[in-house]
Ligand binder design. Structure first.
Ligand SMILES: Nc1nc2c(c(=O)[nH]1)N[C@H]1C(S)=C(S)[C@@H](COP(=O)(O)O)O[C@H]1N2
Ligand SMILES: [Mo]
Length: 427
């Protein structure tokens, strides 16, 4: 028997109709998938919120979200890889869980289409929370995936929309967990996972106990429960394998979800991804030619101009500093490099600003991310610098020559390239 060889019943109870006849659907399978998401999705949510805290300091991102504003503290700068970890886990785990989310949606389809659609006030509330839950998780997946593909096809700010969607999701998720935990716990006890993993197709039987999820007239099984779980787990593993290379450099050739510069071969030391090339950013090569380029420092008694030779000269006032720090893009990838340059706090002192509370960095990049606001703690950290060299070589033009910002545990978007001026603030 196939799923379609029976005429649909008249009167329309879809649950009893031909649409939902898979014999492996039922509370147990739904609960197993649910447990994976119960553990995984809060981790994605919390790391995502932390990314907003890191991203937001001084930047007003997300914009205008009222009481939902992320707390305004400076994301920890130590250890320097902390932001790399939170954004890597958020993007990586978020991607890996997509097959589980889709399988969970498949497993509850009959309940979503159950009739009558509303049985009581409590049932109506439950269904509304489900609508928000399903809608928001799909919205977060779609906007998140489009964002890491740098595909801003929507007419709204990704940062604000993904953030608001996350709050809708977290609220609906909490309601859902409270409502479903008792029946999920019961369902998990109804079968043993170990037994299911040993049960082949030939011995696969429908779940007992009825309810919305179990087919009234189940078709013959075409896949065992362990087979279904293997497909979902295999999908997650595959996505994981195509994603680890975004973080683990030797595996970068496998990072098929990294849209730009998957295996970048730059000049020596500059072999890491480029989000926006100098050409794409509209950088005029003559503006950054070291012959004419001057770094402008403001905020003190008078503006100070420094050329690249002065920055590279070292000395007691502006010693050269070297540190190994990650560059971690909010869109998923990261690269650890050894950078050499001058400390931002030394530049502040040269500008005549003893205790800066913020620094506004501007670049020759007219649109896009050509401006960043660094909070005081980031300016003063001993490893925060205006980098001139990477791995002992000049920065390439695409990586921000003549100078770029590098600070510990910071979203890549604030590591401004092609720096033109730094304004140190004290209020
Ligand atoms: N001026 C300027 N700086 C910029 C950007 C930009 O578009 N313009 N992109 C930022 C982003 S989003 C990231 S992740 C890093 C990427 O640096 P890379 O291109 O050297 O890898 O640079 C940041 N600095
Ligand atoms: Mo980025």
């Amino acid at each position: 028997m196939t799923e379609t060889d029976t005429a649909p019943p008249v009167g329309g109870d879809l649950r009893a109709g031909p649409r939902f006849r898979s014999p492996i659907r039922g509370p147990w399978l739904t609960a197993v998938l649910g447990v994976v998401l119960l553990v995984g999705l809060p981790v994605v949510a919390v790391t995502g919120l932390l990314d907003y805290v890191a991203y937001g300091a001084g930047q007003q991102i997300p914009a205008e979200v009222g009481l939902l504003r992320p707390p305004d503290f400076v994301f920890p700068l130590d250890p320097p890889w902390l932001f790399r970890l939170t954004q890597g886990v958020h993007v990586g785990l978020g991607l890996v869980l997509i097959p589980v989310v889709l399988a969970k949606l498949w497993s509850v389809l009959p309940a979503l289409f159950a009739s009558p659609p509303v049985r009581s006030a409590a049932h109506l509330l439950e269904r509304l929370s489900l609508l928000l839950l399903v809608g928001s998780i799909l919205f977060e997946i779609v906007t998140g995936v489009l964002n890491i593909q740098y595909d801003y096809v929507f007419g709204f700010s990704f940062y604000t929309a993904h953030y608001l969607g996350a709050w809708v999701f977290m609220a609906a998720f909490a309601v859902h967990v409270v409502l479903k935990l008792p029946s999920a716990a019961r369902a998990l006890r109804s079968r043993s996972l170990r037994t299911e993993l040993r049960t082949p197709l030939s011995r696969t039987r429908p779940e007992e106990g009825g309810g919305d999820l179990v087919a009234d007239r189940p078709a013959a099984p075409t896949v065992s429960r362990r087979g279904a779980l293997a497909v979902v787990g295999g999908g997650s593993l595959l996505i994981g394998a195509l994603t680890v290379g975004q973080t683990v450099e030797p595996l970068r050739p496998l990072a098929f979800l990294l849209p730009r510069g998957r295996v970048p071969d730059g000049p020596p030391g500059n072999d890491f991804p480029v989000n926006r090339t100098a050409a794409a950013a509209g950088i005029d090569p003559s503006a950054v030619d070291p012959g004419g380029w001057r770094l402008e420092l403001t905020g003190g008694p008078a503006p100070v101009l420094l050329d690249r030779a002065r920055l590279l000269a070292g000395g007691p006032e502006l010693p050269l500093h070297t540190a190994t720090l990650p560059l971690a893009c909010v869109e998923g990838w990261s690269a650890v490099r050894t950078w050499t340059g001058v400390r931002l706090r030394d530049l502040a002192a040269v500008a005549g600003v003893a205790a800066p509370t913020a620094a506004i960095v501007t670049s020759f990049d007219p649109g896009g991310f050509g401006r960043a606001a660094l909070p005081g703690a980031r300016v003063l950290h001993p490893d925060s610098m205006l980098a001139l060299h990477v791995e002992g070589h000049d920065l390439s033009l695409d990586h921000g020559f003549p100078a770029r910002i590098i600070t510990p545990s910071t979203p890549g978007v604030q590591c401004t390239k092609w720096v033109r001026a730094i304004d140190f603030r004290t209020t």
